[in-house]
Design a protein. Structure first.
Length: 371
């Protein structure tokens, strides 16, 4: 490990430890929402949480928005949105109208990403804003109808640790566990039956390098029952490689939701699990992660998540029906280009909830639109 990587690793490990300590002293962990809350969110969107005290800066590499059409560009477009993105979407609409006052974006309730994906497949929507990756069944159903995949372009980062607002995902162990970090290769060997990353199955702490009393102890794994946004995110990022979709081991202790995972790991000295940062309670330790064998482990500190250096930082997406080789409607094309521009990401920054895209992430979204 080179000196700079070493400093970064120990800083990440320290931040992870501090974050775990803060979680122990923070307010009680969130409770599952009631049915009344869910219904209110579908009709009105979620109430925004208090902003983090820390706030990011815009990536200097984000390009300025340069309109490609005159102000005569017009049209009315209907979208759908996850309940956590409605307020941000309306800010984008208002900012975009300064460039194209005759373009109208409608965003009627109900607000739920899964409903938006279904309506996009039916052809009843022009776009769907979703605060996660699409479900595999959504992609399959879309492909079955149209013969190609939907265009899914990143439009904003998730959050650091806001409950219900796409917090970063972390792997946790009992606070007594001496393990320092994990790699994606190790996680794949731990969690999957397919092991697309090529490693042999890992079942004991000794296989991860722990000595003494830990060496022969089996690793108890807590996960979230498929399908779930947290579970799907980990599956896509860690267990899947290229077009090869990863599958979970069948002996994982699956729970229906993310809420009990942290507590279950805290009760078991030899357990490992994953959760969103907002759901991490006392008695556990966060592990820095390395996305590849050549990478240095990175912890889930605020700076690391905001800069997208932490491997399990999350993203929000806009999903559209764009046939390969053909252009989007000019107004929709301009709208997406505006969102991923410096001006569009300034809207994200001004809201002080989600994290702005980094320049490389925005470039990936523009590339999907074509020239």
């Amino acid at each position: 490990m080179n000196p700079h990587a070493s400093v970064r690793f120990f800083r990440s490990a320290l931040l992870a430890g501090l974050l775990a300590a803060c979680a122990a002293a923070a307010a009680p962990l969130p409770a599952p929402p009631t049915e009344a809350q869910k219904e209110a969110w579908r009709e009105h969107g979620r109430d925004l949480p208090a902003p983090e005290v820390l706030q990011p800066t815009l990536d200097e590499g984000l390009p300025a928005f340069v309109p490609r059409h005159g102000r005569e560009l017009s049209g009315r477009f209907k979208g759908a949105s996850s309940d956590i993105l409605t307020a941000l979407a309306r800010r984008w609409f208002e900012a975009f109208k300064k460039h194209y006052p005759n373009v109208v974006m409608d965003l009627p309730p109900p607000y739920a990403g899964s409903l938006g994906a279904i309506e996009l497949i039916k052809g009843d929507l022009d776009f769907a804003l979703v605060s996660r990756e699409l479900k595999p069944t959504d992609v399959t159903d879309f492909r079955r109808r149209f013969g190609y995949d939907p265009l899914s372009a990143a439009i904003a980062g998730g959050t650091w640790r806001h409950f219900g607002f796409l917090d970063a995902v972390v792997f946790i162990v009992h606070e007594d566990n001496p393990l320092k970090a994990l790699s994606y290769d190790q996680l794949d060997a731990l969690l999957s039956s397919t092991r697309h990353r090529g490693g042999a199955a890992i079942r004991t702490w000794g296989q991860l390098g722990l000595k003494g009393e830990w060496a022969d102890r089996p690793i108890t794994i807590w996960g979230i029952k498929p399908w779930n946004g947290f579970e799907e995110f980990v599956r896509q990022r860690v267990l899947s490689v290229g077009a090869s979709r990863g599958e979970w081991r069948d002996d994982i202790n699956f729970v229906p939701t993310v809420f009990p995972v942290s507590g279950n790991v805290a009760k078991d000295r030899y357990a490992l699990g994953y959760a969103g940062l907002a759901y991490v309670g006392p008695g556990v330790k966060l592990l820095p992660l390395a996305a590849s064998a050549a990478a240095s482990p990175v912890g889930a500190g605020y700076e690391e998540v905001a800069s997208a250096d932490y491997p399990l930082s999350r993203l929000c997406y806009i999903n559209l029906n764009k046939k390969p080789g053909e252009k989007l409607n000019p107004a929709l094309d301009e709208f997406v280009r505006f969102i991923v521009s410096r001006e569009g990401q300034q809207v994200v920054l001004d809201q002080k909830i989600f994290l702005p895209l980094r320049a490389a992430q925005a470039a990936g979204s523009r590339e999907l639109l074509g020239r």
